[in-house]
Write a protein that binds this ligand. Sequence first.
Ligand SMILES: Cc1ncc(COP(=O)(O)O)c(C=O)c1O
Length: 375
Amino acid sequence: MSKPEFRSLSPAVWRASTVLFDSIDDFTSRKERLFDGYTYGVTGTPTTREFEARVAALEGAEHCVAAPSGQAALCLVALALVSAGDHVLIADSAYGPLRTFARDYLQRLGVHVETFEPTAGGEIASSFRPNTKLLFMESPGSITMEMQDIPAIVRVAKAAGVVTVLDNSWASPMGFQAIDIGIDVVVEAASKLLSGHSDVLLGTVATNDRLLYERFRTTQSVLGQAVSPDDCFLAMRGMDTLELRYEHQTAAALQVATELAEHQSVREVLFPPRLGDRAHARWATSFRGGGCVLSFVPRFQDRSSIHAFFNALQVFAIGASWGGTHSLAAFYPAAEQMRRVHCAVQEGIVRLSVGTDSASKLVTDLKQALACAAR
Ligand SMILES: Cc1ncc(COP(=O)(O)O)c(C=O)c1O
């Protein structure tokens, strides 16, 4: 039962598998309301809609579909839009499980998948074929942080009728307004910065294109990609502090990156907002903010030094997901980078997610752990 007379600052959590209808006519015509109303719990309740509307507003998009995780959102986009015989381009630095899905599943279904150089710009047009349907970007890319020239790629893709998709999880809509720059579909792993507390798995797909939105909603429904209203609630509670967290975490990440770049045990820091980074100019041209994730290549690559470094960390916990209030560290061995077709870094990489700890506390922790590794 609704309680319209009750008002509160927090959104209500509506849980439902069954949606009730006023009449049997409303029931039999329920599919007509798939895109703008409620039909069945799988496609959402008012809590899901509220979350989707808030994300759409942040992205500057008309429409948004929530998915059970960031990876689910990426797969949803592909499955909604490609058919056997289509050609799909994916930046070689995109999130690993997306590349695995494309290689092991889309290809099995007859889709031609090609990865491209993750620093690509407008010259990507030479890879377009008459059947190129979709182009996936992630910029900066997972772990290795290469940046694509997004405005240039958007220009040539539009001219060729190729749909552009950006995984914008690193900068989030706080740091990059993808829709504004002309991206057709923007995906967020809302598990990261948007929800912000490492306790929720959620993804979002936003677009201004009504037809694309309808394809995404239909696919989400058919695949049964239900999203928990409780998780939407938690994500919205996180989003209340997004701006504060984002400002702190991105500033602290820049400070950590700057100090690490000076350290004798560090070969290279990979963090585009840092002056001197390989991708800094590209980042500065179209991004209005950074991210809280950075990587670095340690000079020590042997197993025992890597272990000594991670065992010595006291503030950073060891873990993979990122964007939350807790600072995290992870290691990606050289073999993972070398498996890629296009990868400038061929060594083991440490990835850090900067949480809400102070930069000085994090730098102290890293310095003492680097000293342990050097011993
Ligand atoms: C850039 C990026 N995109 C997508 C994902 C997938 O998000 P989720 O963990 O919610 O599936 C991740 C997760 O690490 C990620 O780093």
